[in-house]
Design a protein around this ligand. Structure first.
Ligand code: ATP
Length: 287
């Protein structure tokens, strides 16, 4: 095989709860994750001896500071792969947006190199390497609808709903995940998601319940600082969304729509120079 191209999809959170701060500085979280169709394309070619990463988006570091570099480097060193790799990322997922854009590229590199060099790693072995690259990487390797616990690496599949139509709105500002977690005051959180009830709603195929009861506790930090997040949530609801919430540490806000026609209409009506809009939908199996 000369090269391989892998689709690296984004995720949204349908709920996000932070349980406690751990002694190691990380937080124990409980969140529902969902893969969406919006994706980067990651191409991997054997090339030279080292690892080289080129990204189409100038806001993303190429080279050693790209998270895809770390994934490739770890795999190459650990499994003594003789060949180097050239990784080309066609970036379509907005950056620092709460959509796991970096983690999904890293997951694509692990998967792609495993195939390209016939390393033969099983899913749990890939997940354990993934965890050392980033907390969301094990989820990105599996995708679909999952409950993620621990720091995000303990995964339990949740029954998936058929395709959900979405509008993603990304304000033109970047939010650092690290800043959001370090600014979070757990004692100030008044509203938490009822995650078990949401899981039951997935089993019952009850989209309305999910849309109306989604909670992301990180909104207490990000939406408090950036009012535009609240404004977008309101606008999406006015455009007929069944529910709307910030994804991850933000600032992307998504709206859930009953059908493609209403999401298309909302996506057009909500256009504004302060944000970028994306019409997409959920996928239950990796692309
Ligand atoms: P999460 O939802 O996991 O918190 P995010 O979507 O908020 O992630 P990313 O898009 O992964 O954030 O970007 C976070 C930072 O990582 C950015 O500042 C970016 O420069 C850097 N980065 C490194 N490699 C990548 C990559 N391959 N894709 C995107 N960002 C990358």
């Amino acid at each position: 095989m000369n090269s391989i191209e892998i689709k690296a999809p984004a995720k949204i959170n349908l709920s996000l709860d932070v349980l406690r701060k751990r002694p190691d500085g990380y937080h124990d979280i409980r969140m529902l994750m969902q893969t969406v169709e919006l994706h980067d394309n990651v191409r991997i070619e054997p090339c030279g001896n080292g690892v080289e990463v080129i990204c189409s988006n100038p806001d993303v570091p190429s080279g050693t500071r790209n998270i895809a570099y770390k994934a490739a480097y770890l795999l190459k060193e650990f499994y003594s792969i003789n060949s180097g790799v050239l990784i080309k990322i066609d970036k379509r997922i907005p950056v620092a947006a709460g959509l796991a854009g970096g983690s999904t590229d890293a997951a694509a590199v692990l998967k792609g190199m495993n195939i390209l060099f016939s390393i033969g790693l099983k899913d749990d072995e890939l997940a354990s390497i993934g965890k050392s690259v980033g907390a969301d990487v094990p989820y990105c390797l599996r995708g679909g609808t999952m409950l993620a616990e621990g720091i995000g690496e303990i995964l339990t599949p949740v029954s998936s709903l058929p395709r959900i139509e979405l509008v993603l709105v990304k304000p033109r500002l970047s939010v650092s995940t690290q800043w959001v977690y370090s600014s979070l005051n757990l004692e100030k959180i008044r509203l938490r998601p009822e995650t078990d009830k949401l899981i039951k709603a997935f089993e019952d195929n009850n989209l309305e319940y999910i849309a109306e009861n989604m909670v992301n506790v990180l909104e207490t930090v990000t939406a408090q600082k950036y009012e535009v997040i609240i404004e977008i949530r309101k606008r999406l609801m006015e455009e007929g969304a069944l529910g709307s919430m910030m994804s991850g540490s933000g600032p992307t806000v998504f709206g859930i729509f009953r059908d493609r026609q209403s999401s298309e209409k909302a996506c057009k009506s909500i256009l504004d120079e302060r944000w970028d809009t994306y019409q997409t939908y959920t996928v239950t199996n990796l692309l």
